[in-house]
Design a protein. Structure first.
Length: 98
């Protein structure tokens, strides 16, 4: 399994819009054939900070996600809402298997 954890810091005036944009992206992403999980988390300590846990069966399917219309629309919508550039780290998912 190919996992990416993305950290996002949103300008405070755009938090509600970001959450709505993430909802739309999430709903479409979980329908992708290779998607295993797509969790959107908001910090309890700082509501402008989010983590996105994306798990795909393979790297190719994770890469394909970045070409989907819903991802491209999300990326364009939220681009100016970032307080700083988002960061992502990739992991090999060990458990659960399959």
């Amino acid at each position: 399994m190919h996992v990416t954890i993305v950290h996002v810091h949103v300008k405070s005036e755009h938090v509600a819009g970001f959450i709505e944009a993430m909802r739309l992206n999430h709903e479409a992403s979980v329908r992708e054939s290779g998607n295993r999980r797509f969790d959107v988390l908001q910090s309890k300590d700082d509501p402008t900070r989010f983590a996105i846990y994306e798990a795909y069966a393979t790297k190719a399917e994770a890469d394909a996600h970045k070409t989907t219309p819903h991802y491209l629309a999300w990326r364009e919508t939220v681009a100016d809402w970032m307080a700083e550039p988002r960061t992502g780290a990739t992991y090999a998912g060990l458990f659960p298997t399959g």
